[in-house]
Write a protein that binds this ligand. Structure first.
Ligand code: SF4
Length: 747
C-alpha cells in the first residue's frame, strides 16, 4: 500500500488533472497509460468497474477504481462517453462520499411514536416490506388503488413506477416536472412538437452566440454542456448572459444584462421586435418551417427596446446590440431553454418566448443551434398489461393545469388534504429518492398533507427530512453498490452505459430493483418483474442490442451509429414537425384551444415591499441541491451557503461580510438557522441570492445540520403556472433580522 506521500501523489492524478479551456471550468480527466503504470507500481489495483454517475441527472459514465483491499478509491470519466468525454466534474468525483458517509441509513426502520417525532425501531426487510404490503392492500381495497401516490426521482423511478402502475394508479409524479423543467417541456412541445430533452439537445460546441437567461452554466455543472461552452468560447463564440446576478457565466460573457427580476418576457418580446422589424430573422427558414409569423409580427409591434427599458432596466442600446449579435450568428445561435424554469407562474409563456426567438433565428435543427437527438431503443420484457386506473390524477381537480403532460406533485399534495375536496383523496405516499420538504415549496402544506396520510414510506440512502416523517424507512444502497437500468439517454449518437456494483452494499441496505421486486412479490405482482436479478434483465436487453453484460463490463459504454446522416436539417429539406400543423408554431393554436394566450405577453409581477428584497436562488457547482449537502467529500468543498447582498443595501442595514443574520419572508417565516452575509456588487440592490439545498433541520445528518439557511423554508408563496402546474418560486421577498434572543434561537 502506498505511504502518505505517495497517496497524495496518487490523489493528484484524480483531483489535480484538470482540463478544459476557458479558465475556471475544472474537470477531472481519465488516467493516461503512463499514469496508470506509475499507480500500478505503487501497488494500487487498477481493476475497474463501470458506472454512470448518480450525483446529478447528467449521468456521466465513468470508471470506479478500488484499493487492493476492495475499498472504493476513485471515480473518473469514461473516454467513450458523450455525456462527459472522459472527464468527471469535481462533484461527480465526490460521489464516493455517498458511499462512505457514516450518517447513511443502515437498516429498515418502523415508526413507533407519533409521525414526525422521529422515533423508530429497527426492523428486518421482511418485516418492513410485509407491513408496507399489508397497508397498501388495506388502503387500496378501502379507497381504491388510485389513492396510492408515488413521488419518485432518479434511477429507481422505473422500478417503482412499474410497481405502482401494476397496482392500478397513475398518481406517479416526479418533482423534476412541476418544480423544475415542466414549463420548458410544454413550451417546446407547443412550439416544435418536441421537448428539449435531457441532456439538452443544445449544439453549444458549434454555436457562435449563446444566450443564457437565468441559466448558470458553470454553476450548474452539467458536464458536457460546460465543456462545450468552454470549447465554444475558445472558438470565439460570444455569450450573452441575462441575470440579476453577476454569475460565473456572466464573467465569461461579452454582454451581461443585469435585468430586473421577473421582467424577462419583456426583454424577449423586445428582442423579437428588433429581429422582426429590422428583418434580421431567417426569412427562408420562417417561410418554409413556421406558421403564425404575421400574428407574431403584429403582436410585438409596440414592444420596442424603449418600452422594454422601462420594465427591465436594460438600456435600449444594449437590447439592440444584443439582438444584432444574435442575428449575426444565426442560425448558429442558441437561446438556451434553461432547466430549472419555475420562477413566476408565467413560465411556460416565458419559455415559449425563448422557443419562438430560436425559431425566428432558424436555430432549431441547425448546427450551432439545436441538433436532432438519437437514442437507443431498448427491448422490454413481456409483462402483463398495466391496470387502467378507474380514476386518474387528472380527475383530482378536473380542468386544472390542462396542458400538463405529466402528473403534478403539488396536485397530489393538495389531493392529500381533505379540505381541498379533491375528486378522490390521496391516502398514501411512497417516496423514492426525493426529499419532499426541501423540494416542494410551501413546507407547511406538505407537512399538513403528510399528517393526513394513512401510510408514508420513504426509500432513500440518507436520513433526509422526508424520512423523519415516514412510517417505514427503507434504506437503499448507493449507486456504487448496485446495478441500475441501462442509460439510454438521447444524444448526438445512440448510446448505452452500464452501472454495476463496485462493492457489496454496506450495512443492511438494498438496491431499488430488489426493493420494488420484493414488494411486488408480497403484493402478488411478481409477474411485472420477470427477472429475479437485475443483471439478468440487463444481459437479456444487451443481447437483444447485439452486445452482452460481459462485454459492457469491459467497455462501460457502447456507442451506435445514427440510422441516417440527419443530425441537422439539410438545406431545403422537407420537414414535418410533430405539431398539429406540422410546422413550428410561432402562434400556438393548441394553447389558444386550451384557453391560454397563443402568443406570450408580459404581465407585471408584484414588487418587494419596502425593506424587503426578492429572494432568488441557484446552484453551486459542488452540490446537487439538498441531496449532497452531507457528503463528506463535497462538504469539504462547500459546507454552507451564504446570502448575497448588494453593498448599498448592506450599508443601509449595517451588515458586514460574514455576519450571521436571519432572513424573514413576507409571510413572517424566519429562517431556522442564521446564514452568513456575502456583501457583493455581483447582485442587484433589489434582490438577494442563496444557493439552494442548505439549512437542513435533520439532526441525523451531522455534517450539514444547521449549516446555512434553507431557501425552501422561505418560499411559502407559490406562483402556480395555470398552463401546466409549475410552482413558481421567485415571488418571495425577504428582509433581515440581525439579532435573535437566546430563546428565539433555541426555539
Ligand atoms: S455532471 Fe458531474 S455530478 Fe453530474 S453526472 Fe456528470 S460527473 Fe456526475
Amino acid at each position: 500500500m502506498a505511504n502518505r506521500r505517495e497517496f497524495i501523489k496518487i490523489s493528484l492524478y484524480g483531483a489535480g488533472i484538470l482540463a478544459a479551456g476557458a479558465g475556471s471550468y475544472k474537470l477531472v480527466r481519465a488516467l493516461t497509460k503512463k499514469e496508470e503504470k506509475e499507480i500500478k507500481q505503487l501497488g494500487i489495483d487498477l481493476k475497474r468497474t463501470p458506472t454512470y454517475c448518480e450525483v446529478c441527472f447528467w449521468k456521466c459514465a465513468g470508471w470506479v477504481y478500488k484499493t487492493p483491499d476492495g475499498k472504493i478509491w476513485k471515480i473518473i470519466g469514461n473516454d467513450d462517453d458523450q455525456h462527459c468525454n472522459g472527464r468527471f466534474c469535481p462533484r461527480g468525483t465526490g460521489g464516493i462520499g455517498m458511499y462512505y458517509d457514516e450518517d447513511r441509513l443502515k437498516t429498515p426502520l418502523i415508526r413507533t411514536e407519533d409521525r414526525g417525532k422521529q422515533v423508530f425501531r429497527e426492523a428486518t426487510w421482511d418485516e418492513a416490506l410485509d407491513l408496507i404490503a399489508g397497508k397498501i392492500k388495506e388502503i387500496s381495497s378501502k379507497y381504491g388503488p388510485e389513492s396510492l401516490a408515488l413521488f419518485t426521482h432518479g434511477s429507481g423511478s422505473a422500478y417503482f413506477t412499474s410497481l405502482f402502475k401494476a397496482l392500478g394508479t397513475d398518481s406517479i409524479a416526479e418533482p423534476s416536472y412541476a418544480q423544475c423543467r415542466g414549463p420548458r417541456d410544454e413550451a417546446f412541445f407547443a412550439t416544435f412538437g418536441e421537448e428539449a430533452y435531457s441532456p439538452e439537445i443544445t449544439d453549444i460546441r458549434d454555436t457562435k452566440c449563446l444566450v443564457l437567461i437565468g441559466s448558470h452554466i458553470g454553476e450548474n455543472m452539467h458536464n458536457g454542456q460546460v465543456q462545450e461552452m468552454s470549447d465554444a468560447i475558445d472558438k470565439g463564440a460570444s455569450i450573452i448572459t441575462v441575470d440579476p446576478r453577476f454569475s460565473t457565466a456572466a464573467g465569461k460573457s461579452k454582454f451581461w444584462l443585469p435585468i430586473k427580476p421577473s421582467t424577462d418576457i419583456a426583454l424577449l418580446l423586445a428582442w423579437m421586435h428588433e429581429i422582426i422589424y429590422n428583418e434580421y430573422y431567417d426569412k427562408k427558414y420562417v417561410e418554409k418551417y413556421c406558421t403564425g409569423f404575421e400574428q407574431l409580427k403584429a403582436h410585438v409591434k409596440d414592444f420596442t427596446p424603449e418600452w422594454a427599458y422601462g420594465i427591465t432596466t436594460i438600456k435600449p442600446e444594449l437590447i439592440r446590440k444584443t439582438a444584432k449579435e444574435m442575428a449575426d450568428a444565426s442560425p448558429a445561435v442558441l437561446i438556451h431553454p434553461g432547466r430549472h424554469v419555475t420562477w413566476y407562474g408565467d413560465d411556460t409563456q416565458r419559455v415559449r418566448a425563448i422557443a419562438i426567438l430560436n425559431a425566428l433565428l432558424g436555430s432549431w435543427g441547425k448546427r450551432g443551434g439545436f441538433y436532432r437527438q438519437a437514442r437507443f431503443s431498448l427491448a422490454s420484457p413481456e409483462i402483463p398489461a398495466y391496470k387502467q386506473p378507474a380514476r386518474s390524477w387528472t380527475d383530482l381537480f378536473p380542468g386544472k393545469f390542462p396542458v400538463a403532460s405529466s402528473p403534478v406533485c403539488n396536485l397530489l399534495i393538495d389531493a392529500s388534504i381533505p379540505e381541498n375536496n379533491p375528486g378522490h383523496q390521496i391516502k398514501s405516499w411512497f417516496v423514492n429518492a426525493t426529499n419532499l420538504p426541501l423540494t416542494i415549496p410551501d413546507q407547511a402544506k406538505t407537512i399538513k398533507a403528510i399528517q393526513n396520510l394513512e401510510l408514508l414510506v420513504a426509500v432513500d440512502t440518507m436520513p433526509m427530512e422526508i424520512t423523519g416523517w415516514a412510517d417505514v424507512v427503507l434504506p437503499e444502497c448507493t449507486y456504487l453498490e448496485r446495478y441500475d437500468g441501462l442509460r439510454a439517454s438521447p444524444h448526438r449518437r445512440p448510446a448505452l452505459a452500464l452501472r454495476m456494483p463496485a462493492a457489496e452494499p454496506m450495512y443492511n441496505t438494498k438496491p431499488g430493483y430488489w426493493i420494488a421486486r420484493e414488494l411486488a412479490l408480497k403484493l402478488g405482482m411478481g409477474s411485472y418483474f420477470p427477472f429475479e436479478k437485475q443483471e439478468e434483465l440487463l444481459d437479456w436487453q444487451l443481447k437483444k442490442a447485439g452486445t452482452s453484460l460481459e462485454e459492457m463490463k469491459k467497455s462501460g459504454v457502447k456507442n451506435f451509429d445514427r440510422e441516417s446522416d440527419d443530425l441537422y436539417i439539410a438545406e431545403g429539406e422537407e420537414v414535418s414537425f410533430p405539431t398539429d400543423s406540422g410546422k413550428i408554431e410561432l402562434y400556438s393554436a393548441f394553447l389558444e384551444q386550451s384557453g391560454f394566450d397563443p402568443l406570450p405577453k408580459y404581465v407585471p409581477h408584484e414588487e418587494p415591499p419596502d425593506g424587503y428584497y426578492r429572494l432568488i436562488y441557484g446552484r453551486a457547482p459542488m452540490h446537487t441541491f439538498s441531496r449532497t449537502s452531507n457528503n463528506p467529500n463535497l462538504t469539504d468543498l462547500m459546507e454552507e451557503n451564504s446570502v448575497w447582498i448588494n453593498p448599498k443595501v448592506a450599508k443601509q442595514w449595517g451588515i458586514v461580510n460574514n455576519q450571521l443574520i436571519w432572513l424573514k419572508n413576507q409571510d413572517e417565516i424566519i429562517s431556522t438557522f442564521p446564514v452568513k452575509a456575502r456583501v457583493t456588487e455581483r447582485i442587484r440592490w433589489d434582490s438577494v441570492y442563496m444557493v439552494h439545498g442548505f439549512g437542513h433541520a435533520q439532526k441525523q445528518m451531522k455534517r450539514c445540520f444547521g449549516k446555512g439557511a434553507s431557501d425552501t423554508q422561505l418560499i411559502s408563496r407559490v406562483l402556480e403556472d395555470p398552463i401546466m402546474g409549475g410552482t413558481g418560486m421567485r415571488g418571495n421577498f425577504v428582509t433581515f433580522i440581525l439579532e435573535k434572543s437566546e430563546k428565539e434561537v433555541a426555539s
